[in-house]
Write a protein that binds this ligand. Structure first.
Ligand SMILES: Cc1cc2nc3c(=O)[nH]c(=O)nc-3n(C[C@H](O)[C@H](O)[C@H](O)COP(=O)(O)OP(=O)(O)OC[C@H]3O[C@@H](n4cnc5c(N)ncnc54)[C@H](O)[C@@H]3O)c2cc1C
Length: 416
């Protein structure tokens, strides 16, 4: 089924145009070819000629995206992107996410996309030329190396990887894991402590992100970690006396934590709009199946259990979408959106899990097969509750912000 995208009366023409153009490519070029485009990732029996056919098809779709002026929506034109504003990109994402892997065909591939944003904001002109441009042109791959096996990823202040200054070099030592895309990367952005690792707790200011080419001596990719039974490029990496020039540092010494927050803040809105697009797809699949499948002498759509699934999913999608758009508008206006960001970071992946779970139930056994995108969505939704800060950490932040407001004598203003 094609995604039903119509103009939204309250939105500027440009956003409507972007959504309609995106939907045209998603509906006409990507959805009908979804299984061919990505099948080789999970099916070892695919022949060389089928792999070549899929590559050619992906190239053709990327050309269409570029012709439509929609390539790399997260980057400005001078760095090869199409220069969308934050809101334009957020509204585009719900359409993009409807089809499996569509974002990659529009030049947005995590973690490269997050690294591109960091290079754009914190990189020198030299660094942008050397690392950002080839990333955007698809000539390089990258990873973001922050989480460590021996320390809590939910508390970035606990990071132990160090970068020690020696002459005109940084010398890096540490142990990371879940560096996504790490084993395919040409370079990694590594979060390092640039102060005493045994120092006091409040040391966010003393972290620095440093660009490390993966062929630097001492970068040991120990293994790809299996996630949900698949090897997907999430690398465990040991950095042993890794020497890189001082100019590989991103931004000021000590700006690493702020840069990580920048990366995650806007990223969470994009992730939530992606989740909305995927819920939308799961919903369409569920309703379509309910209208066609006969069980116990009637269509699924006639059973009240299933009608309940449809109604609950409608509510989940609408509330997730409106909360995310409200948060995006707060961010666009420059208001402090930290509470709203934490709220969507928790509630949208939970709603996404519920919607996909119901769609799987309606499809029965077919729901958990590779013939449909539902099982991959289900796994993805579960990961979202851990990655980018686990839910519990965000609940603590919401309560902290609310209590602070009340302590200052004001109630919470839900109208803004
Ligand atoms: C598929 C995948 C891809 C990833 N990609 C990357 C990547 O590219 N780069 C990277 O650096 N990292 C990556 N990560 C790591 C991710 O960011 C971390 O897993 C996440 O930050 C949580 O850290 P942790 O796993 O160390 O959990 P921990 O910090 O050990 O937390 C474990 C659990 O404790 C609970 N918890 C934590 N704090 C509190 C609290 N205060 N109160 C109550 N309960 C609490 C939460 O339920 C949490 O899930 C990825 C993870 C996954 C699963």
């Amino acid at each position: 089924m094609a995604m039903n995208i119509q103009s939204i009366a309250s939105l500027p023409d440009r956003i409507n145009q972007i959504r309609l153009l995106t939907a045209e490519i998603v509906n006409k070029e990507i959805l009908p070819n979804e299984n061919t485009l990505w099948r080789f990732y999970r099916d070892g029996t695919v022949s060389e000629s089928e792999i070549a056919e899929a590559r050619e098809l992906r190239g053709h779709i990327k050309d269409r995206v570029k012709e439509a002026g929609l390539w790399a929506p997260h980057l400005p034109e001078e760095y090869g992107g199409c220069g969308l504003t934050f809101l334009e990109h957020a509204y585009m994402n719900e359409v993009l996410a409807y089809a499996t892997g569509a974002a990659a065909l529009f030049g947005v591939v995590a973690p490269n996309s997050g690294n591109q944003k960091i290079l754009l904001k914190y990189g020198t002109e030299e660094q942008r030329k050397k690392w950002l441009v080839p990333l955007t042109e698809g000539k390089m791959e990258s990873g973001f190396s922050m989480t460590e096996p021996d320390n809590a990823g939910s508390d970035p202040r606990s990071i132990k990887t160090t970068a020690r200054r020696e002459g005109d070099e940084w010398v890096i030592n540490g142990h990371k894991w879940f560096t996504s895309n790490g084993s395919r990367s040409d370079f990694l952005i590594v979060m390092c402590r640039t102060d005493d690792p045994e120092g006091p707790a409040e040391r966010n200011g003393k972290m620095t992100q440093i660009i490390v080419p993966t062929d630097t001596p001492g970068v040991n990719i120990v293994r790809d970690i299996e996630v949900w039974g698949r090897i997907g490029g999430h690398a465990e990496v040991i950095y042993e006396d890794v020497r890189v020039p001082l100019e590989n540092q991103l931004g000021q010494t000590g700006s690493g934590h702020a840069a990580a927050q920048d990366r995650l803040g806007a990223g969470r809105v994009y992730h939530c709009m992606n989740s909305v697009g995927q819920m939308w797809r799961a919903f369409d699949l569920m309703v379509e199946r309910a209208q066609n499948r006969e069980v116990h002498g009637g269509l699924l759509a006639e059973k009240q259990f299933v009608q309940g699934f449809i109604a609950d999913s409608y509510i989940d999608i609408q509330s997730s979408r409106l909360m995310t758009l409200h948060c995006a508008e707060q961010m666009e206006s420059g208001a402090d959106a930290r509470t709203a960001i934490s709220a969507i970071k928790i509630s949208v992946p939970e709603a996404y899990t519920r919607v996909v779970d119901r769609a799987i139930q309606v499809w029965g056994a077919a729901g958990v097969t590779g013939d449909l995108p539902l099982s991959a969505m289900y796994q993805g939704a579960r990961i979202l509750r851990i990655a980018d800060g686990p839910d519990e950490v965000h609940k603590i932040l919401i309560a902290k912000n609310v209590l602070k407001q009340y302590r200052s004598g004001d109630g919470w203003d839900f109208g803004n």
